[in-house]
Design a binder for this molecule. Structure first.
Ligand code: ADP
Ligand code: MG
Length: 384
């Protein structure tokens, strides 16, 4: 029994005075490369991490639903009729939203309520997608106990639907895809247009490399506005270039884009077009075992986000510069930008000294203390 399973079993027994029927686990994710490409129908390359959400569940004889989490042990009560009405509140919108989304696709599947307990070691709001982890843990659990035989892509789409409709967050499908398609020492290469998925072996293990994540703890108040602004710039660029999405442009189209677009729009477009190319190059480099080349693409991705897409902040740049000065294979900010996390691919022995160096740099500059930790590419959502 893993630590997560023991504590969720304990919580389940305390809350409901009975034994769970089973345990299911789904990981968070980190994006290796491919930023702001998802809503441009492009490519992303995340992996499932070794931090996960574990749930315990038992199907009931009636239509009641009870939910509890180690984050907030108060039991939330609901029932199937409330789920039908999309009557969700607080964190229970994630598990109840998944229940609703399964019912939407399979109208007669969910006939009984259930008791559910949740535990997680995915930090919330740190850019590692604790939301996809809880969605995918619930989705694999319900798929199992209801005997639906849903495919991995279906599970991911159900989680995205829950997040879009029940939670009201207009997110893409990357996080859920990484959480269900993850494999040990592999990344999940996702085409956000066709939704085709391919696992790409990373070879970090054999090369003795680890990925250090640094949560800068910066939460920029412009994040939402900045995100909307970047999306609009991409739409404007695509329309001016006469394509459905920036995915349809290649680097050969950039000279024409420069003559047609204003400077700011051009630089936004240049980021997305070159970032798509970097994801494809990364996949090729990883397949041929060329981790140096992959690291150089990470570095180039950061420069593009800093200078062209303009979504970095001094703290993210400082992590990347510190990592590069310490001889990292590659380093870049990850996630939507304006704060959040940076990542560095480093030899395992260098992770701790680099984390210490980053803490020193932040302290010297009087910034909020960052949180560094390593993550390992791991298996996706499954029964425990
Ligand atoms: P993240 O970047 O971590 O995905 P989100 O804001 O998208 O951040 O999702 C975080 C939300 O997901 C939390 O505020 C909470 O509502 C829900 N959540 C995640 N994990 C848990 C958990 N273990 N128990 C209860 N709620 C959770
Ligand atoms: Mg999330």
């Amino acid at each position: 029994m893993t630590a997560g399973t023991a504590s969720v079993a304990d919580l389940f027994r305390r809350a409901y005075s009975t034994e769970p029927q089973g345990f299911w686990r789904a990981p968070g994710r980190v994006n290796l490369i491919g930023e702001h490409t998802d809503y441009n129908d492009g490519f992303v390359l995340p992996f499932a991490i070794d931090r996960a959400t574990t749930i315990a569940l038992r199907v009931r004889d009636d239509d009641r639903i009870r939910l509890t989490s180690t984050f907030d042990e108060q039991v939330v009560e609901s029932d199937l009729a409330a789920v039908d009405r999309r009557d969700f509140a607080g964190w229970s919108a994630y598990p109840l939203g998944v229940t609703w989304a399964i019912g939407e696709r399979h109208p007669d599947a969910v006939r009984h309520g259930f008791d559910l307990a949740v535990d997680s070691d995915v930090p919330v709001g740190a850019g590692l997608s604790s939301s996809a982890a809880i969605e995918m843990a619930v989705a694999v659990a319900l798929d199992d106990v209801l005997g639906l035989g849903l495919g991995r892509a279906d599970l991911a789409r159900i989680g995205q639907r829950a997040e879009n409709i029940a939670v009201g967050a207009p997110t893409g499908i990357m996080d859920q895809s990484a959480s269900v398609f993850g494999e040990r020492d592999a990344a999940v290469f996702l085409d956000c247009r066709s939704l085709a998925v391919e696992q790409v072996p990373l070879g970090f293990d054999a090369a003795g490399l680890v990925l250090l994540v640094v949560d800068t703890k910066v939460e920029h108040q412009h994040a939402t506005g900045g995100y909307r602004d970047r999306r609009e710039a991409c739409e404007r660029g695509a329309a001016a270039m006469g394509v459905a999405a920036l995915r349809d442009l290649s680097v050969d189209d950039l000279p024409r884009a420069r003559t047609l677009l204003d400077d700011v729009t051009y630089r936004r477009v240049q980021h997305v077009v070159t970032e798509d190319a970097r994801v494809l190059d990364s996949v090729a480099a990883l397949k041929s075992g060329d981790l140096r080349r992959f690291g150089a693409l990470m570095d180039a991705s950061h420069v593009s986000m800093r200078d062209d897409f303009e979504i970095s902040v001094p703290q993210l740049d400082a992590v990347v510069e510190t990592a590069q000065a310490a001889g990292a294979v590659g380093a870049r900010m990850t996630g939507g930008g304006f704060g959040g996390c940076a990542i560095a691919l480093v030899p395992a022995a260098d992770a701790e000294p680099l984390a210490a160096a980053v803490l020193r740099v932040f302290a010297e500059r009087g910034w909020h203390e960052p949180v560094p930790f390593t993550v390992v590419p791991s298996d996706g959502a499954r029964a425990v």
